[in-house]
Design a protein around this ligand. Structure first.
Ligand SMILES: [Zn+2]
Length: 419
C-alpha cells in the first residue's frame, strides 16, 4: 500500500485504495479548518482551494460541513470593488464550541470560557485561601464555579467541549496531582474527585478534563490566545514558586513524564540558601515572590499572589529603593537561570508571565543583561525578553484555548457528536 499526500496532504492517491473515505474526509476537514484559522483575512472558497490543492467542489463540500457543524461562519461580504458578486470570506465561528479553562491556586479559583476564535467570553475568579481547605472541598468549590461559567456559555449559545484544569504542582498519569506543595496536596486523584460532576459535553478526541501544570497551560495561552509570535519560546511564571513552560515548534514540551519546566529549582548559587526541595541556592529562593517581598521589606505581608505583584509594582514605580534593589537582584538571579535554559535549547524569546508580567519593567533589564552576558549566541542574535500578553490567571485562559485548539486540529470528533 502506498499513499501519496500532496502539498498539505490534501489530494491523495492511493494505489491500493487503502485510504478510507472517512480518514480522507477527516484530513480535509482539518486542513481546511486550520487554513481558515491561520489566515490573516477571511479566505474565500476559491482561495482555500488554491492554498490547499483541493478541488473547489471538495472545498465547498468541506466548508458546508464545517458551517453546518458551527465551526465556520461566513464573514460579512467585502465591499463591492467591481462587477460581480463579492466572494464571502470564511472565519472561525464564534457561537460553536468553546473550551473551559479552570485554575486552582493558593488563593483563588478561576474558570474561563474561550470560544473557537480565541476570544475570552467569560472569566470568573473567586478569592479564597485554599490552603486550609481539603482537596475534595476545594474541587467542589471549583466545580460550582465551572457550573456558573457553563451557564454563562450556554446563554451565549456556546457548547463547552473540553476542560483543562491548571494546578500549581506536578501532575502524573491520569491527572493525579503528585505534589502541589503550596496547596499542601499530595497524590490527589482530581478526575476521581470530579467524576460525579461532568463539566463539559463529551466530544471524541477532546479530554473531558485535562489536569496540567499551571506554567504549561500559561505557556499554551501565550501560544494560542496571545498575538501571533514565535513558535518556540520559554514562558516563565513567577508566583510563590517559579514555573516555566517550554514551547518548541508550536507544541508544549512536557518532558518524559510531563514534569519539565521546574526552573525554580535550578541552582543559581550552589552553596546558597536552603530550599524546601532539599537543595540549596535554588532560583525560587532568590526570585520567587516570597524572596522578593522579603528583600523589599514586605515579609509576612501574606498578600495574594497578584496583589503582591501589584504592590511591588506600585512601590517600584514610586522609586522605593528597597523594592528596586529587590527586583534588580531577583532579575539577575532569574537571568542567570534563563540564560542556562536558552543556551541549552536555543530559544530566541523569553516571556515573563504570571506575577512577573507586571514587574517586567524592572525585571527585564537585569534579565537581559545576564542573558546578553551568558548566552553564547546573543552577540549576533539577541534574545527577546518581554512580558506575557495575557494577564493574571493566564493558565485558565491557556487551558481553555488549548481545548478549542484541539477542535481546530481535529474537528471530526466535534462534528460526529450526536445532535
Ligand atoms: Zn529547590
Amino acid at each position: 500500500m502506498t499513499a501519496v499526500w500532496q502539498c498539505q496532504g490534501v489530494t491523495s492517491t492511493s494505489t491500493a485504495g487503502a485510504v478510507r473515505q472517512g480518514s480522507l474526509r477527516e484530513l480535509n476537514l482539518a486542513v481546511v479548518l486550520r487554513r481558515i484559522a491561520a489566515a490573516d483575512r477571511p479566505p474565500s472558497r476559491a482561495e482555500l482551494a488554491a492554498a490547499t490543492g483541493l478541488t473547489r467542489a471538495t472545498v465547498s463540500a468541506v466548508v458546508d460541513d464545517l458551517i453546518a457543524g458551527r465551526l465556520v461562519a461566513e464573514a460579512d461580504p467585502a465591499p463591492r470593488s467591481g462587477a460581480g458578486r463579492p466572494a464571502r470570506g470564511l472565519v472561525l465561528a464564534a457561537d460553536g464550541p468553546a473550551g473551559l479553562g479552570l485554575e486552582i491556586n493558593v488563593d483563588y479559583l478561576a474558570a474561563c470560557v474561550v470560544d473557537l476564535t480565541g476570544t475570552v467570553r467569560h472569566h470568573l475568579v473567586r478569592r479564597a485561601d485554599l490552603r486550609p481547605v481539603s482537596p475534595a472541598d476545594a474541587l467542589a468549590r471549583l466545580a460550582a464555579l465551572a457550573a456558573e461559567a457553563r451557564a454563562a456559555a450556554v446563554r451565549d449559545g456556546l457548547t463547552l467541549a473540553g476542560a483543562a484544569l491548571a494546578v500549581p504542582g506536578l501532575v502524573g498519569e491520569g491527572g493525579r496531582v503528585r505534589l502541589a506543595p503550596n496547596l499542601g496536596w499530595r497524590d490527589v486523584d482530581v478526575p476521581a474527585l470530579l467524576a460525579d460532576r461532568p463539566l463539559v459535553e463529551p466530544v471524541a478526541g477532546i479530554p473531558p478534563l485535562l489536569v496540567e501544570n499551571e506554567a504549561n497551560l500559561a505557556a499554551l495561552g501565550e501560544l494560542h490566545a496571545g498575538p501571533p509570535g514565535p513558535a518556540s519560546f520559554l514562558h516563565v511564571s513567577g508566583e510563590i514558586g517559579i514555573g516555566a513552560g517550554i514551547v518548541l515548534d508550536g507544541a508544549l514540551y512536557r518532558g518524559a513524564r510531563g514534569w519539565s519546566g521546574e526552573i525554580g529549582h535550578i541552582p543559581v548559587d550552589p552553596r546558597g540558601r536552603p530550599c524546601r526541595c532539599g537543595g540549596q541556592g535554588c532560583l525560587e529562593r532568590y526570585a520567587g515572590q516570597e524572596a522578593i517581598l522579603a528583600a523589599a521589606g514586605l515579609a509576612g505581608a501574606d498578600l495574594p499572589a497578584d496583589t503582591a505583584a501589584a504592590r511591588l509594582a506600585d512601590l517600584a514605580g514610586a522609586g522605593d529603593p528597597a523594592t528596586l534593589a529587590a527586583l534588580a537582584d531577583a532579575g539577575t538571579a532569574l537571568g542567570v537561570a534563563v540564560a542556562g535554559v536558552v543556551n541549552l535549547l536555543d530559544l530566541d524569546t523569553v516571556v515573563l508571565g504570571g506575577g512577573y508580567a507586571p514587574l517586567a519593567p524592572w525585571l527585564r533589564p537585569p534579565v537581559v543583561a545576564e542573558v546578553s552576558r551568558r548566552v553564547l549566541t546573543a552577540a549576533w542574535s539577541p534574545v527577546t525578553v518581554r512580558p506575557a500578553a495575557l494577564g493574571a490567571q493566564s493558565a485558565a485562559v491557556g487551558g481553555a484555548a488549548s481545548m478549542v485548539r484541539r477542535i481546530v486540529d481535529q474537528p471530526v470528533g466535534w462534528l460526529a457528536r450526536p445532535g
